[in-house]
Design a protein around this ligand. Structure first.
Ligand code: ADP
Ligand code: MG
Length: 260
C-alpha cells in the first residue's frame, strides 16, 4: 500500500522541508521505499536544500503533461529518492495544481511512503495538496504564531478529509521562553510524533546540500528524525537500530562467505 503523507505548517520557515527530507532519509535507512516530492509548486525549495539534479525534469513537467511522474524522480547522492520542483518563476505560474491528485495516482505501488513537502500558507495550493494526501504531519515551532497557523492547517485537513497523524515540534531549545509541549498539545489536540532540537548540524548539512541524517547521523536532530521515523512505522527506535545493525552485519558476513 502507498501512503501519501503531507508535511505542512501554515507558517513559513518552521522546518517543513528539513523534516520531509530527513524523515524520508530516516525511513529509507530503515529499509522503506520512500519518495519525497517537492509539492511546494509555487515556491519549490527542495533543490535549495539538496542541490539541483543533472536531469532537470520536475514535478512541473509532470503537471504540464510533458513527462510521466515516474520519469521525473531522481536518486539524490544521499540515497533519497526525490521529485523536485522547477524553481523558475514562469514554470511556477504555469503549473496546474488541480492536476496534482491525478498525477500522483500514477505513483501508487511505486513506494510505501510518499512524503509531500507543502508550501507555507493556508491558501488553495495547500488545500489542493492536502486533498491529494492521505495523511498529514504538522510541523510547528514552540511559539504561538507557528502553533496558531498549525491549528489552521489541521482545520483545513479535517475539512478535506486528510487524516492528521500528529505534530512535529521543531527547533526546540529548552529555553524557558518557549511554549511547553503540553500547551502545544492542549491547543492542537493532536499527539506529538517527534521533538526535533535546534541543531547547528542542520545548518551544516544545508551548506553541503544533504540531509542532516546523512551527514551527521548521530547529531541530536538526526536521532530525533530517526525516532520520528520509527514512531511512524510503529517500531521502537532502539530495536529498529539494533535490527538494522545486526542485519547489515549478517549481510557483511554472508557476502564475505560468497553466500549473498
Ligand atoms: P520550511 O520548509 O518550513 O520553510 P525549512 O525546512 O526550509 O523550513 O527551514 C527553515 C530554516 O531553518 C532553514 O535554514 C533550516 O536549515 C533551518 N532549520 C530547520 N530546522 C532546524 C533545526 N532543527 N535546527 C537548526 N536549524 C533548523
Ligand atoms: Mg520549505
Amino acid at each position: 500500500m502507498t501512503r501519501f503523507i503531507a508535511v505542512a505548517s501554515g507558517k513559513g520557515g518552521t522546518g517543513k522541508t528539513t523534516t520531509a527530507i530527513n524523515l524520508g532519509t530516516a525511513l529509507s535507512d530503515f529499509g522503506r521505499e520512500v519518495i519525497v516530492i517537492d509539492a511546494n509548486v509555487s515556491k519549490p525549495n527542495i533543490s535549495l536544500h539538496l542541490g539541483t539534479p543533472k536531469l532537470r525534469f520536475t514535478l512541473h513537467d509532470a503537471l504540464r503533461g510533458n513527462k510521466h511522474i515516474t520519469e521525473v524522480a531522481y536518486l539524490h547522492p544521499s540515497g533519497l529518492k526525490v521529485i523536485p520542483g522547477n524553481i523558475s518563476v514562469e514554470e511556477a505560474d504555469k503549473a496546474n495544481i488541480h492536476r496534482l491528485k491525478e498525477v500522483l495516482i500514477d505513483l501508487v505501488g511505486t513506494s510505501e511512503i510518499i512524503l509531500l513537502d507543502l508550501s507555507s500558507g493556508v491558501g488553495s495550493e495547500v488545500e489542493e495538496t492536502l486533498r491529494a494526501s492521505d495523511d498529514l504531519i504538522v510541523v510547528t515551532n514552540p511559539e504561538i504564531p507557528a502553533v496558531a497557523d498549525a491549528l489552521k492547517i489541521i482545520r483545513i485537513a479535517e475539512r478535506v478529509g486528510c487524516n492528521v497523524l500528529g505534530i512535529v515540534v521543531n527547533r526546540v531549545t529548552g529555553d524557558k521562553m518557549e511554549m511547553m509541549l503540553k500547551n502545544i498539545v492542549d491547543i492542537l489536540q493532536k499527539p506529538i510524533l517527534g521533538v526535533i532540537p535546534e541543531d547547528i548540524s542542520v545548518k551544516k548539512s544545508l551548506a553541503v546540500k544533504h540531509p542532516v541524517v546523512y551527514t551527521h547521523p548521530r547529531a541530536p536532530s538526526s536521532v530525533a528524525f530517526k525516532k520520528l521515523a520509527a514512531k511512524l512505522l510503529g517500531e521502537s527506535y532502539k530495536e529498529t537500530l539494533e535490527k538494522e545493525e545486526s542485519q547489515s552485519m549478517l549481510n557483511y558476513v554472508l557476502k564475505g562467505l560468497g553466500l549473498k
